[in-house]
Design a protein around this ligand. Structure first.
Ligand SMILES: NC(=O)c1ccc[n+]([C@@H]2O[C@H](COP(=O)([O-])OP(=O)(O)OC[C@H]3O[C@@H](n4cnc5c(N)ncnc54)[C@H](O)[C@@H]3O)[C@@H](O)[C@H]2O)c1
Ligand SMILES: O=c1ccn([C@@H]2O[C@H](COP(=O)(O)OP(=O)(O)O[C@H]3O[C@H](CO)[C@H](O)[C@H](O)[C@H]3O)[C@@H](O)[C@H]2O)c(=O)[nH]1
Length: 342
């Protein structure tokens, strides 16, 4: 597969930048398109990766990109992903997470690019009716963010046979951690995810972390999630890409460890890994949070031969901790690379 040209939308973001690094290591020719609304140019570490600073909805820029490059596959990470914001401003989510990729897919069709790997989410399942959640679990999202992801899945299922478009839906559970060497990591602004908030509370760079609800029907009363390491996600993307490039056809996989950890366990683990006390406040439930979300990751094992390497929350948090410290010491600095801004 060496030398194939892969377009990565949202490749300057958290999960995208880790995947871009793995793709470049595997000698794929990588082009990132990112409008940097949330991404970081300096998170693209490989100097051979070309960054196109553009919105995927910009038809002119995308047509130029496809006319100048023979793209073999698209890895589509670009999206908005703030659940609470999606409730307050659903239009923003349907426009960016459904309309924008549809416009990109039209250009893919015009240039006969027929492999599309899509960052979907466990939020597309809504409140679980059974656990662990397998890919056939009913999809009934409870917020516009999850709806927007499910809508694109449904559209792609229609496009697949009609337009000879191969798709791979990767439904991630809770992305977490940072690269093993601590050079890139989770850098959302605003940050809403639990692990970085707990680490920053431990370091004192942010106030106490608020535990959203202690009265859930779980062993310690706090919500349980399936935390999956970002480099495990990146590896799964490479395997899904190879699956499509080898002509094995469209598929759908959950990406998780299959194990759940509670909010209290996350806090305790951060304390153990950092040796610091985490200041904690206990607050009410956050609207729209299911008590338990845990994956059945067996399809990814069967279809891709993928199993999460990071099975242990401490190991995941150790990488996040290393990244947070490196960031402060200035390791996270721009690297030289060719940039083709349209
Ligand atoms: N983080 C998680 O736990 C999680 C879980 C499930 C699914 N996902 C999905 O994975 C993907 C990546 O998530 P992330 O946490 O890395 O998010 P992120 O915000 O760090 O990355 C998204 C990137 O897309 C870019 N972008 C957004 N809209 C764009 C547009 N119209 N044109 C060009 N670039 C655009 C942003 O600038 C950003 O760099 C998203 O699709 C998200 O919905 C994330
Ligand atoms: O300050 C905080 C932040 C989070 N939590 C809790 O920690 C758990 C994890 O919350 P995150 O916000 O880190 O992650 P979510 O489970 O809400 O979100 C993740 O899963 C979603 C699907 O439910 C989406 O896919 C989303 O993109 C992805 O980040 C939840 O129980 C939440 O209630 C707190 O107690 N306090």
């Amino acid at each position: 597969m060496e030398g194939k040209t892969i377009l990565v939308t949202g490749g300057a973001g958290y999960i995208g930048s880790h995947t871009v690094r793995l793709l470049a290591e595997k000698k794929y020719k990588v082009i990132v398109v990112d409008n940097l609304v949330y991404g970081h140019e300096e998170a693209i570490l490989d100097k051979n990766v070309k960054l196109v600073k553009a919105n995927i909805a910009d038809g002119k820029a995308m047509t130029t990109l496809f006319s100048e490059n023979k793209i073999d596959a698209v890895l589509h990470f670009a999206a908005y992903a703030y659940v609470g914001e999606s409730v307050k401003d659903p239009a923003k989510y349907y426009l960016n997470n459904v309309a924008a990729p549809l416009s990109l897919i039209e250009i893919m069709r015009a240039y006969n690019c027929n492999n599309f790997i899509f960052s979907s989410t466990c939020a597309s399942y809504g409140n679980p009716v059974r656990l662990p959640i397998d890919e056939n679990h009913p999809q009934d999202p409870i917020n516009p963010y999850g709806q927007s992801k499910l809508m694109l899945e449904k559209i792609l299922k229609d496009y697949g046979p009609a337009y000879n478009l191969n798709y791979f839906f990767l439904r991630y559970f809770n992305a977490s951690g940072a690269s093993k060497d601590g050079l890139i990591g989770e850098d959302h602004d605003p940050e809403t995810h639990l692990i970085p908030l707990v680490i920053e509370a431990a370091k004192g760079t942010r106030g106490p972390v608020t535990v959203f609800g202690t009265d859930y029907d779980t062993p310690d009363g706090t919500c349980i999630r399936d935390y999956i390491h970002v480099e495990d996600l990146g590896r799964a993307h490479i395997l899904a890409l190879e699956h499509l490039l080898n002509g094995k056809g469209s598929a759908i996989c959950n990406l998780g460890t299959g194990k759940g950890c509670s909010v209290k366990e996350v806090i305790e683990t951060v304390e153990k890994v950092t040796g610091l006390k985490v200041p904690v406040k206990f607050g009410p439930r956050r609207e729209g949070d299911p008590a338990l979300l845990v994956s059945d990751p067996s399809a990814a094992k069967n279809i891709l031969g993928w199993v999460a390497e990071y099975q242990d929350l401490s190991a995941i948090i150790e990488t996040a901790w290393k990244w947070h410290n490196g960031k402060k010491s200035g390791k996270y600095t721009p690297k030289s690379k060719s940039i083709n801004a349209i």
